[in-house]
Structure formats: C-alpha cells, structure tokens
Design a protein around this ligand. Sequence first.
Ligand code: AN7
Length: 363
Amino acid sequence: MISKSTISTRPWNGIIDCYRTYLPVSDKTPVITLNEGNTPLIFAPHISKLCNIPGLSVYLKVEGANPTGSFKDRGMTMAVSKSLEEKSKAIICASTGNTSASAAAYAARARANGYKMDCFVLVPKGYVALGKLSQAMIYGAKVVQVKGNFDEALKLVKSIVEKYPVTLVNSVNPFRIEGQKTAAFEVCEQLGRVPDVLAIPVGNAGNITAYWKGFCEYGKSDRPKMIGFQASGAAPIVLNKIVEKPETIATAIRIGNPASWKQAVNAASESGGFIDMVSDEEIIEAYKTLHQMEGIACEPASAASVAGLIKSAKAKKIQPESTVVCVLTGNGLKDPDTAIKSSSQESLEIEADLNKIAKSLGF
Ligand code: AN7
C-alpha cells in the first residue's frame, strides 16, 4: 500500500523516483525524466449531474498536464531509461502523434544527460494534429510522414527494429506499460480510495492495459470496472474485426488493429467492465462540454472517455452512488484545428471603435 504522503510531502521527481519499488528499475538504470506524473485529479460537477445517475461523482485525471501534454510521458521515461541501460543509442516509434512527441522529448532529455540518443518517428501523413507534429519536429526527432495509416506505420517500425540497431518505444515495449500503470496508483492516492469505474479512450490499447495492471498491483482488493471507448469509425475491438480503413476526428485513436487488443479485452472482462464505441458527434459534444461547462481542456480523443460515460449512463450501465474517474489522456492545445472547427464562435473582426465593439458584444 502506497501512503498518501508520497505525493503530498516529497519533492516531485517523476514517476520512477516516486514508484521505484513498483517498477523494473535498479541502481544501474539511468533515470531519464522530465518530472512526469503527479497530474491533477479534478472533480467534474457538471458532468456528474449531466449523467443523471443518483449520487454519481465524476473525476477527471488530467494527463494533459504531463511535460509533453499526454500520458505517454509516464511510459516514455521508463522506455528511454531502460533503453539506455541496454546501451541503445536510438529509439523509434510509429505514432498518431503523442507517442512521437513524447519519444522526441525524452530522447532530447537523454542527450541532456550526456548520452547519444537519436529518435525516429513514423506518423500517418495528414492525420496528426498540428501541436503533436510541431513537438516531434522541434524536440529534434527525425520525422517521417508515411503515406499510410498508423497500423501500417507500426508494422514498418516493427520490421525496422528487427533489422537495425534501434529500440522500439511503442507500447508493445513492456516498459511503456510499466510506466503508464503509475497513473492508476495516483488515481487511488488522490481519491483516497479505489474508484468504482475507470473510463478511458482506447486506441492501440496500451493504456487500458497499463491502468488495469496498476490497479491489480496496487495492493487493495477493490478494483474498478474498466470501461474503454473506441471511436465508432475505428472500433476493431467492439466489432471484433480489424478495421482496414479507420476514420475518426479523434486522430489519436484512429487505429484499426490495436497491438494490445487481447489485453484490453481481458482488462474489461476481468474487471466486470466493457469496451464500447462512441461516434465522432458524441466525442465532439463531450469535448465541448468539458471545455465550456467544466473549464477543463483535453484533445478530442480524450473526450471519448467522457462521451462513453455519458452514453453508458443513459443506457443505465452505471450504478447509483458510483465514483467514476475519466482519463483525459491529452492536452487541449494539441489539436487547435479541431478546437476552432468545433467551437460555435464566429470570430468577430471589428474596428477599434467603442460603440461598434460594445454593440457587437451585445450591450
Ligand atoms: C490522447 O501516440 O497511439 O489505447 O501513437 O494520444 O494506449 O493507444 C496515441 C494514443 C488516447 C489511446 N488518447 O491510447 C500514439 C497513440 C490520446 C492518445 C490514446 C492515444 P492507447
């Protein structure tokens, strides 16, 4: 059992420092960290009421507050540290965007610590949100835009690591899952108990796998029901069939053949939860509600957790008096294009004239 004081009284030096005894690291592991983790868990009063389930409490785990703006940093601190322990000098990943941003940043941080570390990323051309692409580029990764989707890019990087001296840092790298499981520990500590339900977006299915591992290792007999949500145009697990041409506005989870498919199904079934899908319309509705009625930002894929909770509540699949945690996996600033397109605002352009401005504001 981890005591609450690990977060509240110690200086924060990242997830490896805080949860060392729960992670496969030793004194020989060079720790590459950007002080990831310890992200806010924030109560969501509006969504708690909106779900219309008596006594429901909804909390948001704001993973966009991580150093590169997504939960990937928890896994990347582990993956990059372990790759250095194994004397690797280069890392590679396929990515819908966030993994590439995180890998690029932690490679840079390895260089800051005096190591040689190159980073290569393969992303689906035309389907990576602007913020993420710009991050991978400015952190100094070699960015290749592949004329194909994420699933094709992942296949390619798997072949590359078989032939060339470079470490794969996608979530098929087990150290990624180890790092990401620490979010489950934090949720329990911050809440002061294990939640009844954990709602999470599902793309390549590494994160739902990691949270379930974390809850199982946390040392309490209670475990949450894991409810995972895919976008309906990219829902291979729900449809029980590979989606050859995945499509969704939530580009982070535009994935048709998830690497951790079996583990995700296992997390849902062992926990008494389920994996369902939400439409792009439901995702955007939840995305707007989070911003406009909670003041909490996230990227579209992250809103799938809240959209899924709202859908499940309507279908009476959530018990009264439940405490639910929705994971908001990525920062709102990642995808400014979708934010502007989804906003009902028309931006006003008016002369610098008091009367005209006041009139346009409706006074
Ligand atoms: C914001 O960056 O797959 O189910 O290549 O960026 O663990 O894949 C991102 C996935 C949810 C899904 N929310 O997590 C990548 C990538 C956001 C994400 C997911 C992703 P997984």
